[in-house]
Each structure stands twice: as structure tokens, then as C-alpha cells.
Ligand binder design. Structure first.
Ligand SMILES: NC(=O)c1ccc[n+]([C@@H]2O[C@H](COP(=O)([O-])OP(=O)(O)OC[C@H]3O[C@@H](n4cnc5c(N)ncnc54)[C@H](O)[C@@H]3O)[C@@H](O)[C@H]2O)c1
Ligand SMILES: O=P(O)(O)OC[C@@H](O)[C@@H](O)[C@H](O)[C@H](O)CO
Length: 384
């Protein structure tokens, strides 16, 4: 049986990556700091996924175990030393904190003379996620170890798409997921010859990850921040309001214009309209209760230079295309309040203690004076 090490036994980790790895005959070692989840994995060595549609199908996942990386880092190193695949779904902000452990795993492979090719794929909502992780890992390798890694370790970027809401069940391992799923891996960056059924291997990931991030995630965030602004608690509740659906469709229209301008050889207007209509029906799935706080989490990250609003705004602006709908939401992100979300708290503290222009420049990374002025005016428009 092939062996996979997956960092992050959370919603998407158990609810999607786990399903695909299991379907491909992997024994899965989940690495996480959540002791309840790790202990339950080690007692039962199995868990269930529930599909959130009218049929409520249950999928059993077995051959799983867990390692608590805070308590047993050496076990993680040993697992990576003999793994056939390493994946993460842990959150972009957490990647730097697991880099040293993965570097130690690579060193252990070298010491053991394990020259079988290994791919490490970060499955986060982030353009260039694995490249970012690689950069952090390489900082812990000597130049000789880095050369060795360049020969035997692949770092393919990846995109994953399945809505897995935050959830609490009596069984800490049970996870409910939407039926739709898509996992794309950049084949050009792989070293291993393993090809997983259920994964789409693209020779060029960029158009696909941009289509996903700027459609699913920009759209999702649009519904979340608009809903939060109006005091609604869930995505489904927000979508009952015409003006929020209109804001979502306006974002999708701008996104289509950008995707067609950049990636016209990959997508047609018709295929994008179909993709966007499916996304609206996914968000409106009555079987899924997705809290606005989950979709709106980490607003500073979401306002980043290469993230779901600022990057499309920059790229639409460069092409002389409309970005009004994107700019409008940016103002609402700055107005977002969630006292349970450290980044939302930090953003409000910055706004209260620093000049607005400085906050906008720091958070968005924008240098273009015209765009900075437009962000400032959107922030002022929605300041409460
Ligand atoms: N949930 C979704 O719908 C979805 C879909 C596609 C992509 N993603 C992406 O997947 C990633 C994870 O999202 P999620 O919704 O599964 O989040 P989650 O919070 O459910 O899972 C993250 C897991 O990482 C663990 N973790 C945090 N810090 C850690 C550390 N230092 N070491 C080990 N484990 C640690 C947490 O305990 C948690 O179990 C994010 O990048 C997200 O954008 C999520
Ligand atoms: O995970 P985030 O915080 O980047 O974005 C929140 C949601 O939009 C996201 O998790 C989606 O549910 C997911 O990307 C669907 O594939």
C-alpha cells in the first residue's frame, strides 16, 4: 500500500484530500495539532464523510492514522522519510510553521538513501502555494541537501475545490461535504510518476487556479462580506437578498472579462458562464450551512496583493477593464468585524491607530496611487 502524509486533518483534509488518497489505495498519516482528532484517528483508524445532497451518501475512509506534530515531530520526520506523497491543507499562514519539519523529512530521506521520487503539494487557496512552501522548506536545507531535493523531490502547485463548511458533530472525525469536487495538480512540476485517479493533471495550472480563486473564492467572499455588512450570519441567508446575488453576479462578470483577456485559449465566455452558474448553485446548496465567519476568515490575507480581490483589480486595471464590483467589496472587507478572528481584530486595530492610507498600502501592497485612492474611497464609503 502506498503511503501519504497529509498536513491538516481539518475540513478539506479529511473531507476531500483524504477521500481521494483513500480511493487511490493510500495509507494516510494525518498530521495535526488537534489532539482530539489525532487521538480519534489512532483509536479508530477510520472515519466517515457525508455528502450534503438529498441522498446523504456516506463514504467510509480507512487505513488512516494521526500524528500530533507538536508532541511527536520525530514521528512526522520518519513518516515523510518513507512517504510516496506529501500534501497540505492547513491554511497559507501556517505553511511557514511546518516547513522545518518537512525539511527534516527530506534530510531523513537523503540520509536513508531513499531516492524514490516524492511530490509535495500544498493544497491551499493560494496562487503558487507549493512554491511558497518550497521557499520556506529550502531555507532549512544546506546547498547540498537542496541539490539533492531538486533531483528527487517535486513541488507541484495545486488547486482544490470543494465547499466544506465549519461543523461540529458528536463524532469529531465525521465531516460533511458538498458533492462537487475538483483537484488540479501542475504536472510540469511533478517528479513522481504517481497519477491519482480523481485528480486532474494540468500542464499549466495558472489558468485553472485563477479561474477557481477568482470565481469560487472571490464570489464566496463577496457573499460573505456583503452578508456580514448587513448582519446576516450564513451564506445561504445572504443569498436570499437580491442585492447580494447581484453583487456576486457583478463580480463574476468582471472575473469573466479578466479570464477571457488572460486565458482566452483555455476558456470560452459560454464555458465560464456555465462554471459561474454552477458556483451560484453550489453556494445556494440548502444542505450546507456555511457561516459567514468561515468564508470571511483572515481578512488581511484576503486583502493581499496576489489574493482574490486586489490581484483581479490590478489586472483588470492594467487592461482597461471594469473592476467596480471588486473595488466595492474591498471597502466592505475593511468594515468586517469578527472579535473571534485575530486578523479581523488586527485590521480594525490598524484602522483605529494608523492613517488610512498607510493601512491600505500595508495590507494590499498596492503601489499605484490611483488604485490606492479608490480603495480609500471604498473604505470610507462603508466605514461604520
Ligand atoms: N474548507 C473548504 O471549503 C476549503 C476548500 C478548498 C481549500 N481550502 C483550503 O484548505 C486549507 C484548510 O482549510 P480548512 O477549511 O480545512 O481549515 P480547517 O481549519 O478545517 O483545517 C486546518 C487544520 O490545520 C490544523 N493546523 C493548524 N495549525 C497547525 C499546525 N501548526 N500544525 C499542524 N496542523 C495545524 C488545524 O488544527 C486544522 O485541523 C486552507 O488553505 C483553505 O483555504 C478549504
Ligand atoms: O479557505 P479560504 O479562507 O481561503 O476561503 C473561504 C472559502 O471561500 C473557501 O474555503 C471555499 O469554501 C473553498 O475554496 C471551496 O473550494
Amino acid at each position: 500500500m502506498k503511503k501519504a502524509v497529509h498536513f491538516g486533518a481539518g475540513n478539506i483534509g479529511r473531507g476531500f484530500i483524504g477521500e481521494i488518497l483513500h480511493q487511490n489505495d493510500f495509507e494516510i498519516t494525518f498530521v495535526d495539532v488537534n489532539a482530539t482528532v489525532i487521538d480519534a484517528l489512532n483509536v479508530r483508524h477510520s472515519y466517515e464523510i457525508g455528502i450534503a445532497d438529498q441522498n446523504h451518501e456516506k463514504i467510509a475512509i480507512d487505513n488512516v492514522r494521526g500524528i500530533n506534530n507538536r508532541e511527536n515531530p520525530e514521528e512526522v520526520v520518519a513518516a515523510i522519510a518513507e512517504a510516496d506523497m506529501v500534501t497540505t491543507a492547513i491554511g497559507p499562514n501556517i505553511l511557514p510553521f511546518i516547513a522545518e519539519l518537512i525539511a527534516s523529512g527530506i534530510k531523513a530521506r537523503k540520509v536513508a538513501g531513499n531516492t524514490s521520487a516524492l511530490d509535495i503539494a500544498a493544497c491551499e487557496n493560494m496562487i503558487g502555494g507549493t512554491e511558497f512552501l518550497k521557499e520556506k522548506i529550502v531555507a532549512f536545507l544546506s546547498s547540498e541537501e537542496e541539490n539533492w531535493a531538486n533531483d528527487y523531490i517535486g513541488f507541484p502547485n495545486a488547486a482544490v475545490d470543494r465547499i466544506v463548511p465549519g461543523q461540529h458533530h458528536e463524532d469529531p472525525l465525521y465531516v460533511e461535504v458538498e458533492p462537487f469536487h475538483e483537484w488540479v495538480i501542475d504536472e510540469s512540476q511533478t517528479k513522481s510518476e504517481l497519477r491519482l485517479e480523481g485528480v486532474h493533471y494540468a500542464t499549466d495550472l495558472e489558468p485553472f487556479i485563477e479561474r477557481k480563486l477568482f470565481s469560487v473564492n472571490s464570489g464566496h467572499a463577496t457573499v460573505a462580506y456583503n452578508s456580514a455588512y448587513n448582519g446576516y450570519k450564513t451564506i445561504l441567508e445572504g443569498l436570499q437578498h437580491e442585492e447580494i446575488v447581484a453583487a456576486l453576479k457583478a463580480i463574476q462578470k468582471e472575473t469573466r472579462a479578466l479570464l477571457l483577456a488572460k486565458w482566452g485559449e483555455y476558456f470560452t465566455e459560454e464555458s465560464l458562464v456555465e462554471y459561474h452558474d454552477i458556483i451560484i448553485s453550489r453556494f445556494a446548496n440548502p444542505e450546507i450551512i456555511d457561516e459567514v465567519t468561515r468564508v470571511g476568515r483572515t481578512p488581511i490575507r484576503k486583502l493581499g496583493y496576489d489574493e482574490r480581490f486586489i490581484r483581479p483589480i490590478r489586472e483588470l486595471n492594467e487592461r482597461g477593464l471594469d473592476y467596480f464590483a471588486h473595488m466595492d467589496i474591498v471597502g466592505k472587507i475593511f468594515a468586517y468585524v469578527d472579535i473571534e478572528d485575530p486578523q479581523a481584530v488586527e485590521l480594525q486595530e490598524k484602522l483605529a491607530s494608523m492613517p488610512l492610507e498607510a493601512v491600505v498600502k500595508e495590507v494590499t501592497g498596492l503601489k499605484d496611487d490611483k488604485l490606492i485612492a479608490e480603495v480609500i474611497s471604498s473604505v470610507k464609503k462603508y466605514a461604520k
